[in-house]
Ligand binder design. Structure first.
Ligand code: FE
Length: 326
């Protein structure tokens, strides 16, 4: 057992998350769930620090594992909020431009999700589409358009992607007046606003879709490609030193905001991508891995989002993470 897992804070978190100490429920299931959560944390640390990979520097891996464990312990010990976390990362980022890529790469952004999941479970909040990492490439101010829109402004030879479904609440009710923020890379794996070739229009593949009373959405776009961290950059150097790769599977990011519901930060990763289950950023999660249906030509994804009701205004809003704008 690692010292993080052994710490009082994490032991309490695991007990609470698995319902140990609650009168009701299935005792055997609770015990299994507790062991499962415990092993997940150790596994995350091993994978993030490249333990088990053949290449890389063994001493660096061992140090990195302890560094990550300490960072995660701090999150637990001080119950660090999303906003506090990103304030600190922003500070470090000012001195090191790839810091916000290193943070998902070493699994700490994913750990923040696990921390929030555990808090929700302890508070009796469950269900809904799983949250997953935002990543550093959102740009505020994308055009607000009707559902059904095309997201792609630029000429792109890639495959057409269409996506549709509904946004529902915890009782299966349609969520009215939601705004679905969508952003993804182009067919070369580059995001507008951050494209090193400078070729893309400002909001290419970025929109905010205004949904109606029925909560249904649809859009068309060009299939994104997975991407790797910038070659030779700080993240790439670290990944290589850990014997790891820096690839993400093709994916589409979402925020969903709706009055009375919690803002959801999530993404789908394409289940047929070679890196679908080996995402360097730990952004893929069960339930978020749809495989496109090509039986009618274009790639189509049907995906329903489930939101959780907000318990307070703070609960409903975005974190105050600093984001790019254009
Ligand atoms: Fe991304």
């Amino acid at each position: 057992m690692t010292s993080l897992v052994a710490s009082k804070e994490v032991q309490t978190l695991l007990d609470r998350a698995s319902g140990i100490g609650e009168a009701g429920g299935n005792a055997r299931l609770k015990a299994i769930m507790r062991d499962l959560l415990e092993s997940t944390m150790s596994l995350l640390l091993d994978r993030a620090s490249g333990i088990g990979e053949a290449g890389g520097n063994a001493r660096l891996k061992a140090i990195m594992r302890d560094l990550l464990e300490s960072t995660m312990s701090l999150i637990e010990k001080h119950d660090i909020s999303e906003s506090e976390f990103w304030q600190a990362i922003n500070y470090l980022q000012n001195g090191a431009p790839e810091f916000n890529l290193i943070v998902p790469g070493v699994g700490v952004e994913h750990f923040l999700d696990l921390h929030m999941d555990a808090k929700d479970a302890a508070a009796g909040l469950s269900g809904g589409t799983p949250r997953t990492i935002e990543g550093p490439l959102y740009v505020a101010g994308a055009p607000l358009v009707e559902s059904g829109a095309n997201l792609t402004d630029d000429a792109d030879e890639g495959e057409v992607l269409t996506m549709s479904g509904a946004v529902r609440g915890p009782d299966g009710e349609a969520v009215p007046n939601a705004i679905l923020h969508v952003w993804h890379a182009n067919s070369k794996g580059f995001y507008s606003h951050f494209d090193p070739t400078g070729e893309q229009a400002t909001f290419n593949n970025r929109r905010r879709l205004k949904l109606g009373a029925d909560g249904r959405y649809a859009f068309s776009s060009i299939m994104p490609r997975g991407y790797s961290v910038p070659p030779g950059g700080a993240t790439d150097v670290l990944m290589k030193a850990l014997g790891r790769h820096g690839n993400r599977p093709a994916h589409v990011h979402f925020f969903i905001e709706a009055p009375g519901y919690r803002t959801l930060t999530t993404q789908i990763n394409f289940g047929d991508d070679p890196f679908a289950r080996d995402d360097f950023a730990f952004g893929t999660r069960e339930g978020l891995l749809p495989t496109p249906d090509r039986s009618r030509g274009d790639a189509h994804i049907t995906f329903d989002f489930a939101l959780v009701r907000a318990r307070s205004n703070a609960d409903a809003g975005f974190s105050t993470r600093s984001r790019a704008s254009a």
